[in-house]
Design a binder for this molecule. Structure first.
Ligand code: IPE
Ligand code: IPE
Ligand code: MG
Length: 239
């Protein structure tokens, strides 16, 4: 079965992908870590195309976490530069009807990075196809704290009665507001953890951990993950 039919048959609405393993990919080749990140950007593009082909309504890629600031300054700066040039390329190629959206806290980012985000979101806002979310300076805990602050402000200004607060309207205060919960999280690189990715949205997600390093991630790997997902029995607490 091809990926399009698989996604439809499985009813997948949202896939989260933790793009991990760039550094190890480079190390294996005795290359600087940034070479791995550049190759990772290519893998991102390929995977995005595979996701469009598969007909998945929404995919979120984890590109930079709130914890990644702890890396050497040189790597962080190079990642920011890579992000900007990558976005320039994406914007030149707005031919797949993709809606772009960035998840995360923008306040610590440079004006240049922030402007690219605004520009890309604006450019693609009239598109009607797949949502491509890029989690950048994203942390699940930060997202929840941010939503709690919004809730408190709404309560304080009389716009929200505390008894009316529920999982649905609280979700509206998250960066993923309006997007479906995550059905499947794919993490390449052999690590088996979430690393603060979509912790609220993945409460009932299925996890597929793969040994491939992100720069080598292929369409076949995506299909393998979908097939593995298809074998799971999602019960949501029922029987
Ligand atoms: C993921 O690759 C990319 C980012 C977190 C920005 P890593 O850089 O974490 O690669 P490894 O885990 O060191 O191999
Ligand atoms: C998770 O990868 C973040 C991204 C892929 C952007 P990390 O490499 O930062 O995660 P840890 O440190 O192995 O948990
Ligand atoms: Mg890593």
């Amino acid at each position: 079965m091809d990926s399009e039919n698989l996604v439809r048959k499985l009813g997948i609405k949202h896939i989260g992908i933790i793009m991990d393993g760039n550094g190890r990919w480079a190390k294996k080749r005795l290359l600087p870590r940034m070479a791995g990140h550049s190759q990772g950007a290519k893998a991102f593009k390929n995977c995005l195309n595979s996701c469009v082909k598969s007909g998945v309504p929404c995919v979120t890629f984890y590109a930079f976490s709130t914890e990644n600031w702890s890396r050497p300054e040189e790597e962080v700066n190079s990642l920011m530069k890579l992000f900007c040039s990558f976005m320039d390329e994406m914007m030149k190629q707005d031919d797949q009807n993709i809606r772009l959206r960035f998840l995360g806290n923008r306040s610590r980012l440079s004006d240049e990075v922030r402007d690219k985000m605004t520009e890309a979101e604006k450019m693609s806002e009239k598109n009607t196809g797949m949502w491509c979310c890029i989690a950048f300076n994203y942390g699940g805990r930060e997202e929840i704290i941010n939503a709690v602050k919004t809730t408190a402000l709404m309560y304080k200004s009389g716009k929200l009665d505390i008894d009316d607060l529920n999982e649905d309207n609280f979700s509206d205060f998250l960066y993923t507001s309006g997007l479906p919960d995550v059905d499947l999280i794919i993490r390449p690189s052999g690590e088996k953890r979430l690393s603060n990715f979509l912790i609220w949205q993945s409460s009932y997600a299925e996890f597929v951990f793969m040994d491939v390093l992100w720069p080598d991630f292929s369409e076949k790997d995506l299909i393998d993950a979908l097939i593995e997902y298809g074998k799971r029995n999602r019960r949501f607490g029922g029987v």
